[in-house]
Design a protein around this ligand. Structure first.
Ligand SMILES: *Cc1c(COP(=O)(O)O)cnc(C)c1O
Length: 404
């Protein structure tokens, strides 16, 4: 049995006719940019997040850029975020001319360390970007209280967290702006690139809307340098069909996560992710595979990985070994992310050396994302569990042999 990390085939079988009709309607309408389909999606999406305003845009990356620009963040400003995220979180900060300042994450939650975040605030700090990584919500009450104490803006990176909430309130409704991605593998995915910003301030929403269309408040009047970053009508049509299913999909993800957590407790060569708070939307189920010492997951079959040497990261041999073993058994896993942002060549000029964010660096050498998506069948889930238990039991016997 093959278990892919992500697949749309089941969802397409279920929603296919509805999606076909929605897309065909746009195609035949001839209105491909703007129009009622977009407005309907923005209204429904804003309602689902609980904000008065949502503005569609081209991608989650652009959502972050529009948010920072809309809030007036630019050259000379510092924006604090985590390095354990997708590259776009930092890239957006740099794209507006500001400087990303990275702090470490917490080992238990994988999320930005809020003590370090507060300690990193300087007079140049203008904004904070908490990332709801893997769908787990950051403690937004604490982020907002830090921000208001220091007079800072909050941009939530909700790219992986559509359908997530903190303290019963959706992510994207806590900060000044919420930034969402509709990349196909996200919890709410379109049929291509797409994104949205959410906010409660009408003037800010209008400003971001104008920035997304060449800084143009009315046709051919340009008051700012903006972007061409609209959400396409075709994408909005697809998202309109999918949005009503988001909460049930998140429930299914959550049920899979619970099953993995329950049935993998005996896999002691790996560390399972915490259950997390209610409102976790489980875009990924990320286990950790610590390197050989003191936990020899791989026994003697470990070979040093090239990323470890090239990027000054801790050894990832056991994780890489387990990934290959799973692959050989038909279970495909993914590493989110093998190289932390602060160690990427593109950010060498910022001068974060090896060991500067030790937990982030170690996580990048240990993490492995197991298959999780709403349509993953019970049999496929069972197969992932079976193979993992078998492999880690093997390693258990190796560790006993080594100890003897
Ligand atoms: C996917 C992602 C983005 C970027 O979204 P795109 O739609 O791919 O541009 C930003 N931040 C995080 C954490 C992401 O996972």
């Amino acid at each position: 049995m093959q278990v892919p990390p992500f697949s749309l085939s089941e969802q397409l079988a279920q929603l296919g006719p509805e999606l076909d009709a929605a897309v065909l309607q746009v195609l035949r309408s001839g209105q491909y940019i703007g129009g009622g389909v977009i407005a309907a999606f923005e209204k429904a999406f804003a309602e689902s997040v609980g904000t008065p305003f949502a503005v569609g845009c081209n991608s989650g990356t652009d959502a972050l850029i529009l948010a920072l620009r809309g809030l007036g963040i630019g050259p000379g400003d510092e924006v604090i975020t985590c390095s354990f995220s997708f590259f776009a979180t930092a890239e957006a900060i740099s794209a507006v001319g500001a400087t990303p300042v990275f702090v470490d994450v917490e080992e238990s939650s994988y999320l930005i360390n809020l003590d370090q975040l507060e300690a990193a605030i300087t007079p140049a700090t203008k904004a904070l970007i908490p990332v709801h990584l893997f769908g787990r919500p950051v403690d937004m009450e604490r982020v907002c209280s830090i921000a208001s104490r220091h007079g800072l803006k909050v941009v939530e990176d909700c790219a992986q967290a559509s359908g997530a909430s903190w303290a019963g309130r959706p992510v994207g409704s806590w900060g000044d702006v919420g930034c969402f991605s509709f990349f196909p593998t996200k919890n709410l995915g379109g049929a291509g690139d797409g994104g949205a910003v959410t906010c409660c301030d009408e003037a800010l929403a209008q400003s971001m809307r104008e920035l997304a269309v060449h800084g143009m408040p009315r046709r051919y009047l340009h008051t700012e340098l903006g972007y061409n970053s609209r959400l396409d009508s075709m994408q909005a049509a697809v998202l309109n069909v999918k949005l009503p299913h988001l909460s049930s999909w998140v429930e299914k993800r959550s049920a899979i996560a619970s099953r993995y957590r329950n049935e993998l407790t005996a896999a002691d060569a790996i560390a399972l992710p915490e259950a997390g708070p209610e409102g976790h939307s489980w875009n990924q189920f990320v286990v950790r595979v610590p390197a050989c010492s003191p936990n020899p997951a791989c026994g003697s079959s470990c070979t040093p990985s090239s990323d470890s040497a090239s990027f000054g990261l801790p050894e990832a041999c056991c994780r890489d070994w387990l990934k290959q073993q799973l692959q050989d058994a038909g279970v495909t896993t993914i590493i989110y992310y093998p190289i932390p942002i602060h160690r990427q060549p593109a950010y060498a000029h910022l001068g974060y050396g090896p060991g500067s964010l030790p937990i982030t660096e170690r996580l990048c050498s240990e993490v492995l994302s197991l298959p999780i998506f709403p349509e993953l069948s019970a049999e496929q889930q069972g197969r992932v569990i079976e193979v993992l238990l078998e492999l880690t039991a093997k390693s258990g016997s190796i560790s006993q042999a080594l100890a003897a």
